[in-house]
Each structure stands twice: as structure tokens, then as C-alpha cells.
Design a binder for this molecule. Structure first.
Ligand code: HEM
Length: 386
């Protein structure tokens, strides 16, 4: 059994401890038990939702205004006002004097997002899957839902959860993500009040935190689209066979800079490539269920050679042949403006955690209408909850 297979035998959360005790992986791999909180966004008040109630106070139809007479209508209008009560407000009275609809603020809708976070955390561990965790594919789902954003047309992004619909569900870049969407479906059934778009982005946050990564500030309020017409066009996600200028085109379109791009791709510390999904094969690091800066330490620390096979062009490490890099990953090391960030993050996992948390939060916020008044959540990791 190879070292990677040994690793795969552990499951996500159990993994962290067992691994740290036994393994001889780079120091940074072991040092994952801190949380980054210092960039906390102030907690602000939550937006409330409203519901519309039908309320007819007059006996006639809109054409009945003439038969009721204007003074009768005035009384009806006044009665309607009283009925609505202090603190309520109304609209649409201008219909022959009939008060049609009253908009009544509901009690604040309290969705317990920490509870949903905990439910997602509970389904991360999966010994029948890959390296023992659904975490990496949840991160990929959250990223692919959000990474379609175009800052010029203001289209795409995680709002809408449009990957539920064809053609977006069938885009080549999204191959394999049905698996993640299906895994999350029971959580949606248990919590129908959360939108799919919030659920997917929350799953990405949960996975990163539970796999030892930084705390990611998260804001709910995404709304699901109800038709495939809202789908993003194909080609908005990066092509792994391409180099720096393509990567910049894709991420600049979303509004990221070089530093943020490098930080985000550091998520490739997690998970692996699957020949039946992307066509590529293998994990980037020896600890694919732990969020660390080891993508950068591996990228710089190993000698990478082109893999000889019939599949798409990729690199494997010369020493063991068990780790891999995509041409797009190698581009980060080859480009003179990307490379300094690769070096910084390889040396300083705290800086990487801080930058990653900020960039991932930004990614999940792309294209979501916000007032600035929303409550920002910082979830407790399950091993922190008492
Ligand atoms: C240049 C940009 C990127 C390229 C070309 C790229 C490409 C890929 C490819 C080809 C895979 C393999 C999919 C499979 O076969 O299952 C993959 C997996 C993954 N990507 Fe990326 N990616 C990029 C950026 C990102 C970003 C920004 C994130 C998150 C912030 C991310 C997170 C992941 C994760 C966690 C996996 C593992 C999924 C699993 O294990 O199932 N990637 N990526």
C-alpha cells in the first residue's frame, strides 16, 4: 500500500489527529489547528423578510366604486387602516377604495445556520469515497457555482444555484459535481428554508473549516433561480491545460488580482483529479483532506516532470510519481508576478490562511445584491462546539 493509500484509509476529521500524531509530512501540514479571525466583519442586524396577505375590506369589486359612493369608500378605507394596526404598513389602496393587499412584516425568520453547518460537517466523512471525505468536492461545488461571475455584465455567480439546470449542469468543467449536489440534497430536505445557493456556498465554507482551514466569514441571502434561462454560458471557468494569460482572463473577469488568484488556487491542497471527471489523475498533496499550505510547498519543493500517458498533459512528481500538478498550477510557478505569492504562501501558512479566507469570502459574494446591513456569520468548527 502506498503512502497515499495509507492516508486515504483515514477519514476527514479523525484524520487530522491521527495523521498529526503519526505522519512525517511537512511541518505546515501538521500545524493546522489555528483559526484566523482577525479580519472579522462587524456583526450587523439581519434583514427581515416579509409576506403578503390578501385583505379585502370592501364588499364590491373595483367597478363597485360608483355604487358604494365616495363617503362609504372613505369609511372602508379608514377601517382598513385601523385593521392594519400600528407598526404595519399597506399599499395598493387605489382600487376603487378597496384595500387589496397589506404587507405585514413577519417575525424575523431565524434559520439556524450553525445547525445546518453542523449537519454538513456530519456528512463530510465518507470512507467509501476518495480519500475519506466529501469535503474537497463540496469546495469545488461552491467554487464552480460562484466562479462563473462576470463583473462587466454582472451575470453569473453563486446566486441562483443555476448549476441545477441543464445546460450548466452539463458543462464539462462541472463534471462530477452532481455527486456533491446529491450528497447535499438530504440537508436541503431537512432544511427547506435554506436556498440551494446558500447551501452550496455554506457547504464550501463548512468543508474548508472542518478540514482544518481558516474561518470564512459567510453571509446568507442567495436566492435560487427558477429557470435554466439564468444559466451562465459555458467557458467561464478556467481551463486546466492553459497558462497565465488565460488564468488572468478568467479571474480578472471576476474581479480578482494576482495575489487573490494564487491564494484561491491554494485550495488544490485538497482533493484530487479524477480521470472520469476532468480527465486528469491524482492528488496535489499527500494530505488531500487537510487544508494546509502544502500545495505551495509541494509546487516549489518537488521536481515536476510531464506524465507519460494517453491522458491530458499533466505533471507528476519525479520522486514518487504519486502527486500531480496541472499545467495551470505550474503556471503559477512560472509567471513572474504569480510566483512571489507562491513563495510567500509556502513560507507563511498564516498569511495564506488569512488571504485565502478573504478571497474565498469574496468569491462567494460575487454578484449577490447586498445592502451592507446583513449579518455576517463566523461558524464554530464542530471540534470547538462544546
Ligand atoms: C486556475 C484555476 C483552476 C483550475 C484550472 C482548476 C482545475 C481543477 C481540476 C481540473 C480539478 C479536478 C476535477 C476532478 O477531476 O475531479 C480540480 C479540482 C479541485 N479544485 Fe480546482 N481549479 C482551479 C481553481 C480552483 C479554485 C479557485 C478552487 C477553490 C477555491 C479549487 C478547488 C478545487 C478542489 C477542492 C478540487 C478537488 C475536488 C475533488 O477532490 O473532488 N480549484 N480543479
Amino acid at each position: 500500500m502506498s503512502s497515499l493509500r495509507v492516508l486515504r484509509a483515514f477519514s476527514t476529521r479523525a484524520n487530522t489527529a491521527k495523521f498529526a500524531a503519526n505522519a512525517t509530512y511537512p511541518k505546515t501540514v501538521l500545524n493546522t489547528s489555528f483559526y484566523f479571525r482577525s479580519f472579522a466583519i462587524p456583526n450587523l442586524k439581519r434583514a427581515y423578510s416579509t409576506e403578503q396577505t390578501e385583505q379585502k375590506t370592501g364588499g364590491g369589486s373595483s367597478s363597485g366604486g360608483s355604487s358604494g359612493g365616495s363617503s362609504g369608500m372613505l369609511w372602508l378605507g379608514a377601517a382598513g387602516l385601523l385593521g392594519a394596526g400600528v407598526g404595519y404598513y399597506f399599499y395598493s389602496t387605489n382600487n376603487g377604495g378597496i384595500l387589496e393587499k397589506t404587507q405585514v412584516p413577519l417575525k424575523p425568520k431565524t434559520i439556524d445556520y450553525q445547525k445546518i453547518y453542523n449537519q454538513i460537517a456530519d456528512i463530510l466523512e465518507d470512507n467509501d469515497w476518495d480519500d475519506g471525505s466529501n469535503g474537497p468536492v463540496f469546495v469545488r461545488l461552491a467554487w464552480h457555482a460562484a466562479g462563473t461571475y462576470d463583473k462587466v455584465s454582472k451575470t453569473g455567480g453563486s446566486n441562483g444555484a443555476t448549476m441545477r439546470f441543464s445546460p450548466e449542469s452539463d458543462h464539462g468543467a462541472n463534471a462530477g459535481l452532481k455527486f456533491a449536489r446529491d450528497k447535499l440534497e438530504p440537508i436541503k430536505q431537512k432544511n427547506p428554508e435554506i436556498s440551494y445557493s446558500d447551501l452550496w456556498s455554506l457547504a464550501g465554507v463548512t468543508a474548508i473549516q472542518e478540514m482544518g482551514g481558516p474561518t470564512i466569514p459567510w453571509i446568507p441571502g442567495r436566492k435560487d433561480a427558477d429557470a435554466a434561462t439564468a444559466c451562465s454560458p459555458d467557458g467561464r471557468l478556467p481551463d486546466a491545460t492553459k497558462g497565465p494569460s488565460h488564468i488572468r482572463d478568467i479571474f480578472y473577469r471576476m474581479g480578482f488580482d494576482d495575489r487573490e488568484i494564487v491564494a484561491l488556487v491554494g485550495a488544490h491542497a485538497l482533493g484530487r483529479c479524477h480521470p472520469d471527471r476532468s480527465g486528469f489523475d491524482g492528488p496535489w498533496t499527500a494530505s488531500p483532506t487537510m487544508f494546509t499550505n502544502s500545495f505551495f510547498t509541494e509546487l516549489l519543493g518537488r521536481k515536476w516532470v510531464e506524465k507519460k500517458w494517453k491522458g491530458p498533459k499533466q505533471y507528476i512528481d519525479k520522486e514518487t510519481g504519486e502527486l500531480m500538478m496541472l499545467p495551470a498550477d505550474m503556471a503559477l510557478m512560472q509567471d513572474k508576478n504569480f510566483r512571489p505569492w507562491v513563495e510567500k504562501y509556502a513560507k507563511d501558512d498564516e498569511l495564506f490562511f488569512k488571504d485565502f479566507a478573504a478571497a474565498f469570502h469574496k468569491l462567494l459574494e460575487l454578484g449577490i445584491p447586498r445592502t451592507g446591513e446583513e449579518k455576517v456569520y463566523h461558524f464554530k468548527k464542530t471540534d470547538e462546539s462544546s
